[in-house]
Every structure is written in structure tokens, then in C-alpha cells.
Design a protein around this ligand. Structure first.
Ligand code: BG6
Length: 492
């Protein structure tokens, strides 16, 4: 099989190599790249962890993880062998210089290789790790550092962490990951907007009534409670994934598809978000927490049960009415919504157009429904344009909304790569177009911070919603105040 877009030989060094992310996402992504023969033969994967264990045991854990998380694909033993041969495990305590010196000995066996340091640990450790890498002389020109989200807990801690990393790495070497940007359908959002002449002329407040962005999950937080209860949905999903989606929908066309042009445009959107504070937080945001319920007939426990807590104010659901204060988007609300343990798993962007300015068809019974463009990010990736059509037959004019449907799986039969596959190899290439720049990160936190403060200053608890529903009733009420509704509540 030919190599699609090659990468130079590299060593991929994972801090947090035994953690959930490494086993569930990073290693399977690397194995997929192995199967597609995208990894140069002279490349290594070095997992670092505090635990003492043999490579054999570590490999067995990685294999089990890959088999579990690549479940839809038949497991490929031949490529697994090649992958296993690259795998190394080093015990490392980030406090110990001697451990970094052992890492150095290993990396200096191949000084010409690109070095990617992937920090899949809590962000409070990033500064220390970078300092130790620097002390050990490991930050050479061809080194990069990949920072896993969430980067910080608020603007202050994010800025401190970012500054601590920037003391050791140049901005061109820093890759702040948001895996949503690596999803095929998210990249396609830019292609849809800027690779077709059809949409741009109607992409503004004159034609668009509002936008909805939903990332609904059915999973809960069992097993991640320690992390999640300190984070919550706003930090875990909105500050990064949902705001990045909003930027891609709302940004101006960049002059080129390159790292600075794209990120400059996204930054402008983040800076144009209308600040939410004080009373606005109450009116324009909803936070919820799931209670026991049932999903697809299966009984599920509450958030508190999942996290083994008596009490918690942490939100597992957020809905926000966001507004962008610029010429293109004035008066167009962007409704954002995400939650755990919701009724269905789907991520979708809905562009609701305005109705026709004048209705010419008599006696059709009801007002014409306006066009709607639905961009389905997952699952069943595709694009659907809802249009008004005539129902065939005599006896009067009857109109109905009908979908014009593009399903990616019908058109593109190849396997859609996992987000991490693309992003890891982009970091090796040194291409940061699909990563967040430091100023973007700060701008996102700047908008999120007052929402957190607004919530903290009020004593009210997150609104309860039963698992298996689409969130608390206050979310429905928030959008209903604008005489609109979430689309899953409507009959299509
Ligand atoms: C992660 C969040 O960034 O994204 C998780 O930390 C969430 O809480 C996940 O479940 C969702 O990603 P995906 O790719 O499954 O939509």
C-alpha cells in the first residue's frame, strides 16, 4: 500500500503511557496508522509511566486496549507484530532527573529522528515535565510537545500552564490538541463552506435565523469521576470542542488553508463572542446533572452514584445561548448544548435559514417551513438539506419538508480515520493548522471564565435530568423563550 502523505522517522514519547487516553485512543490510533503503512520503519513508540512493569505486560495491556477500541475492524495480527516491535516502556517519575537521563540515552541513539513528546497527563504537570525535558537537554530543534486538553481550569491556570510550557518550547513546537479538529467531518466543515460557492453567499444574518450545535453523549462518567468532578461539561466540552465548532461555522474565509490564516480567523470569532456575565449567565446558560434513568432500555445510575459522591454541583449538561458581535452574525443566536447520559449519541450542527419573505402558495394549511442544513458529525456522518417540496398527486397543492441527503458512508467507502491518527502525524510533520494556538486558548477561557464565576456566585444546584433524556426542562425553556426549539424535539 502506498504512503499517502509521508512523515519523517520519529520517536513518539507518551507521558501518561499507561493512562486511559493512551490505551483507549493514542495506541489504537498509532496501530491504525501502522495498518495503513503510514509509519516509517525507523520510528519508535516509547510509553512512560510511573508503574514498574515489563514491556511484555505493557504490550499485553496495549493489545487488549486496541482489540477493544478498534472493535469494528478485524484485528490485524501481522501489523500488530510490526507495531509491537516499535513499542517500548520506560518507568519514569517526573520528579527524578535520573529518569529523564535514561530517556535521553534512548532518544540519543537516533539523534536525527523527530521527537514528539505527548503529554497525556493532568495539565498541572506540564510545566514540570517541560522543565525536566529541558534540563536533560531533550528539547532539540526537531522536538515538539503535544498538550492534551483540558489545558488549565480557568484563564489564570491555563495562562500559567501555557507560560510554563512556552519557557521551554517555541510556539512553533507546541501542539495544543483538540481532537474534534481531527475528525474528518469537522475538517469537512471548512471544505463545505470554502470549497463550494453555494453556501458563502447565504452564510450570514440576512439569511440565517439561528445555529444549533449539539454534542450529545449516552456515556456517563463512571471511572472518570476523579477528573470529571473537578471539570464538568463546560470545561470538558464547551471551552474546547464546542467553541472550536462554533468558530469553524462562523469564521470568515481565511486567505489560505494554513496554520496562521485559519487560526487568525478563529481567534477573531472568539474575541467577538458577546461576554456573558451576571444576569446574562442566568438567562443564557443552563447547567444540569443526570439522575438515574434508562438508556435504550438499560437502567443507569445517577451522576452521584457513578462518582460515588454524596453531593456535587458539577454539571454534566450545559446549554448556552451565545452571540457573536460582528457584522456577519449580528442577531443570530448560536445555541450550544452538550451532555452526558442523554437519550441518543449524536453530534450535529444545524443551520436554520430564515423563511421565504413572501408566501405565494394559497391554502397550504400551515406556514412554509424554512430551509435547514443539518451537518451530522457523528454517527452516520453526512449532510442533509431540508427543502420544501410538492407532495405528488392531484387535488390541491400539498407541501412537505423533504431531505436532500448526502451520507458519507454511501459515497466514501474507505474507513474514516480516527481524529488522533491525523493529529499525531500532523504533529510529526510540524503542521499545526488543526491545533489551537496560545491566543485562541486564552480567548476561549476569557469567555468561559465569567460563566464559571456566574455559576459559582449563585447557590442554585444544577438542574436534574433523568438519564436517557435530552437534558433538563430549563434547556427547552431557554430556547423556547426565543420561540424556537431544539431540533430533536421536533418531528422531522
Ligand atoms: C473528550 C471529553 O475530550 O471528548 C470526554 O473529555 C468526551 O468527556 C469526549 O466523552 C467525546 O469525544 P468523541 O470523539 O467521543 O465525541
Amino acid at each position: 500500500m502506498s504512503i499517502a502523505l509521508g512523515v519523517d522517522p520519529f520517536d513518539f514519547v507518551v507521558f501518561g503511557g499507561t493512562g486511559d487516553l493512551a490505551i483507549r485512543k493514542l495506541m489504537p490510533a498509532m496501530l491504525f496508522s501502522e495498518c495503513d503503512e503510514r509509519l516509517p520503519q525507523e520510528s519508535g513508540i516509547i510509553a512512560l509511566g510511573r508503574k514498574e512493569q515489563s514491556l511484555k505486560d505493557y504490550s499485553a495491556a496495549v493489545k487488549e486496549g486496541c482489540q477493544l477500541h478498534m472493535a469494528d475492524d478485524p484485528f490485524d495480527e501481522k501489523h500488530w507484530q510490526a507495531f509491537e516491535n516499535r513499542l517500548e516502556y520506560l518507568q519514569l517519575d517526573i520528579e527524578k532527573e535520573v529518569d529523564f537521563n535514561r530517556l535521553k540515552e534512548r532518544l540519543e541513539q537516533y539523534p536525527e529522528r523527530i521527537r514528539v513528546f505527548y503529554l497525556a497527563t493532568h495539565s498541572s504537570l506540564f510545566g514540570k515535565i517541560c522543565e525536566q525535558l529541558d534540563k536533560a537537554g531533550l528539547i532539540v530543534d526537531q522536538a515538539r510537545v503535544v498538550l492534551e486538553k483540558p489545558l488549565g481550569m480557568d484563564l489564570k491556570t491555563a495562562s500559567e500552564t501555557d507560560a510554563a510550557v512556552s519557557r521551554h518550547f517555541d510556539e512553533s513546537q507546541i501542539f495544543r490538541i483538540d481532537h474534534y479538529l481531527g475528525k474528518e467531518t469537522v475538517q469537512n466543515l471548512m471544505v463545505l463552506r470554502f470549497g463550494n460557492s453555494l453556501f458563502e453567499p447565504v452564510w450570514h444574518h440576512g439569511m440565517i435565523d439561528h445555529v444549533q450545535i449539539t454534542v450529545a453523549e449516552t456515556i456517563g462518567v463512571k471511572g472518570r469521576g476523579g477528573y470529571y468532578d473537578n471539570s464538568g461539561a463546560l470545561r470538558d466540552m464547551v471551552q474546547n470542542h464546542l467553541l472550536q465548532l462554533l468558530c469553524l461555522v462562523a469564521m470568515e474565509p481565511p486567505a489560505q488553508f494554513d496554520q496562521d490564516a485559519v487560526r487568525d480567523e478563529k481567534l477573531k470569532i472568539l474575541k467577538s463572542l458577546k461576554p456573558l456575565s451576571g444576569e446574562n449567565v442566568r438567562e443564557h446558560t443552563v447547567r444540569g446533572q443526570y439522575e438515574a434513568g434508562a438508556i435504550e432500555g438499560q437502567a443507569t445510575g445517577s451522576y452521584l452514584e457513578d462518582c460515588k459522591l454524596q453531593n456535587s454541583m458539577t454539571e454534566t449538561f450545559v446549554a448556552i445561548k451565545a452571540e457573536i458581535e460582528n457584522w456577519r452574525w449580528t442577531g443570530v443566536p448560536f445555541y450550544l448544548r452538550t451532555g452526558k447520559r442523554m437519550g441518543r449519541k449524536f453530534s450535529e450542527i444545524v443551520i436554520q435559514f430564515k423563511p421565504v419573505p413572501h408566501q405565494i402558495f394559497p391554502n397550504v394549511g400551515q406556514p412554509l417551513q424554512a430551509n435547514r442544513l443539518v451537518i451530522r458529525l457523528q454517527p452516520d456522518e453526512g449532510i442533509k438539506l431540508m427543502m420544501t417540496s410538492k407532495v405528488p398527486g392531484p387535488g390541491g397543492l400539498r407541501l412537505q419538508q423533504t431531505p436532500l441527503n448526502l451520507s458519507y458512508s454511501d459515497v466514501f467507502r474507505n474507513r474514516a480515520p480516527e481524529a488522533y491518527e491525523r493529529l499525531i502525524l500532523d504533529s510529526v510533520r510540524g503542521n499545526s493548522t488543526l491545533f489551537m494556538r496560545g491566543d485562541e486558548l486564552q480567548a476561549a477561557w476569557k469567555w468561559i471564565d465569567p460563566i464559571l464565576t456566574g455559576w459559582q456566585s449563585r447557590d442554585d444546584k444544577p438542574a436534574a435530568y433523568p438519564a436517557g433524556t435530552m437534558g433538563p426542562s430549563s434547556s427547552t425553556a431557554m430556547i423556547a423563550r426565543d420561540n424556537r426549539s431544539w431540533f430533536d424535539e421536533e418531528e422531522d
